[in-house]
Design a protein around this ligand. Sequence first.
Ligand code: PMP
Ligand code: GLU
Length: 397
Amino acid sequence: MDNTSIRVNKLSESATIAMARKARELKSQGEDIISLSLGEPDFNTPDFIKEAAVEGIHQNYSKYMPVNGYLDLRESIVDKFKRDNGIQYNVDQIVVSTGAKQSIANVVLSCVNPGDEVIVPAPYWVSYEEIIKMAEGVPVFIETTIENDFKISPSQLEKAVTSKTKMMIYSSPCNPSGSVYSKEELRSLADVLVQYPNITVLSDEIYEHINFTNSYFSMAAFDDMYDQVVTVNGVSKSFAMTGWRLGYIGAPNWLANACTKIQGQFTSGTSGISQRAAIAAISANPDVVNEMKSAFLKRRDFVLNALSNIPGIKINEPKGAFYVFPDVSFFFNKSFGKYNIQNADDLTMYILETAKVALVTGNAFGSPNCLRISYASSLDNLKLAMERIASSLNELK
Ligand code: PMP
Ligand code: GLU
């Protein structure tokens, strides 16, 4: 008998992971699929990080570890927050988890009671919505436009706040839009948020080092926001370590304690070997990732240029992460053969079946007019993919 809970039945599968799975299945059936669906660097983890892990194995870091992470890892995270973000945390305010995804789940489960509202600017990363729902919270989305670089304004934020608002969650650089909030823009949002000290703000900074602007600012670095903000980061994206599963937070003490309590019942501390590797990554000069960053920039420019040559597509210039998020609504209500495109889901399937390129529909991110293209793939793959996408779109009349 199928005993699935109501909780699971209400949960949607992650659209990014679902599309990557579909692309893998088609490939294994011999289809020539280019997958630009998953947000995962195609680079290998740098050698100095791998060596630290090997050393960790030889030094027998093989026992249960403290739930919130080894002390020396938390010390290196404290130093990182000071060095890169000008935020002063102490080791008790740091919790290391099995990926930033778990960090986010811990925080939401720590803050949200059934019926509490969580403000989420759209487009947003797919898992925010489902994690909020799992906590029985209510996501409240704020719409943005491509013309405004997919960013929210202080007045939109003010309007979204109600007596039930408990949290706000955003990412900068943003997955999927690539937008990066400047210090001034964050200040104007902070001016609204400081008036509501009962709102906890989750600042997801996992793409911090994949940022093509010359500056980066963290919300928690504003003195008057420090007690209200939890800063989420991790090693997956910046150091090409998606499979090592290590994320972390810097948070007010009450929240760090709550996250540790939850994690102590769910998973305990993350892999000791990954923690030894993360110390090497996080303590290194952030310039070690510059080579990957310049490769991402070259690829972004290539994809933007290719898209700008396709009539009807609207694009903004993503300033970070490794995604382009074009508005493709021009193609809605167009047809080719058996294909009749009503929305972004249809267009994503059309591109998968005719161009053999896997993308993710904007619906998954709360932007029904858009598609997400991950350019964390080689330039050769991107060139072929963009040629195929252009000729498929060209058929739609
Ligand atoms: N936040 C954002 C915005 C992401 O794109 C991802 C990617 N998976 C994560 C958090 C989670 O990262 P991870 O669990 O791999 O550390
Ligand atoms: N964050 C990545 C993405 O958006 C990885 C997939 C996932 O963890 O959901 O594609």
